[in-house]
Ligand binder design. Structure first.
Ligand SMILES: [Cu+2]
Length: 166
């Protein structure tokens, strides 16, 4: 590859990065889906959590009923619940409710998307394609940003990379 081509490629990649960093938000009908993300995994990790925020600006409740990703053999929707004094995750029956006029946040320790049967490790900095399907709004393709291993997602107010120190 010539230097010129390399530079052009780098510029295109940068432009893509810049635009996705600024607008990592999706609109689907009355729903706004904000910053889908996941975490880097160690080799051979069987599963990873997926997180995002949904604002339902409509007058009717909606529901996240399923998700699929080419990076995972199977994707489930999970909630955390205390079972016999132990916090465990389990599948949410009927999907994740998105009440009208409200924000619903999927985050570590709470509701989340579970990528099962991972086809390979998730690498920090990469993006994972995912299709989300809502009961009323229908399906939408999004990408999950892969953040560092153990990221808690508390610092997304200022999502500029500089805040990722923990
Ligand atoms: Cu889970």
């Amino acid at each position: 590859m010539t230097i010129l081509k390399t530079l052009a490629g780098a510029a295109a990649a940068l432009a893509l990065l810049a635009s996705s960093a600024m607008a990592h938000e999706y609109k689907l009908g009355d729903l706004v889906i904000n910053h889908p993300w996941t975490r880097a995994t160690p080799p051979n990790a069987p599963a990873a959590g997926g997180f995002l925020k949904v604002h339902n600006g409509g007058a009717a409740d909606d529901k996240l009923i399923s998700a699929t990703s080419p990076a995972a053999g199977r994707v489930e929707l999970h909630e955390m619940a205390v079972v016999d004094s132990i916090m465990k995750m389990r599948e949410v029956e009927g999907g994740i409710a998105l009440p009208a006029g409200q924000d619903t946040e999927l985050k570590p320790g709470g509701l989340h998307i579970m990528l099962m049967e991972l086809k390979g490790p998730l690498v920090e900095g990469e993006s994972i394609p995912m299709t989300l399907t809502f009961e009323k709004a229908g399906p939408i393709d999004v990408t999950l940003k892969v953040e560092k291993m153990g990221a808690k997602g508390n610092d997304h107010g200022s999502h500029n990379g500089a805040a990722h120190s923990h």
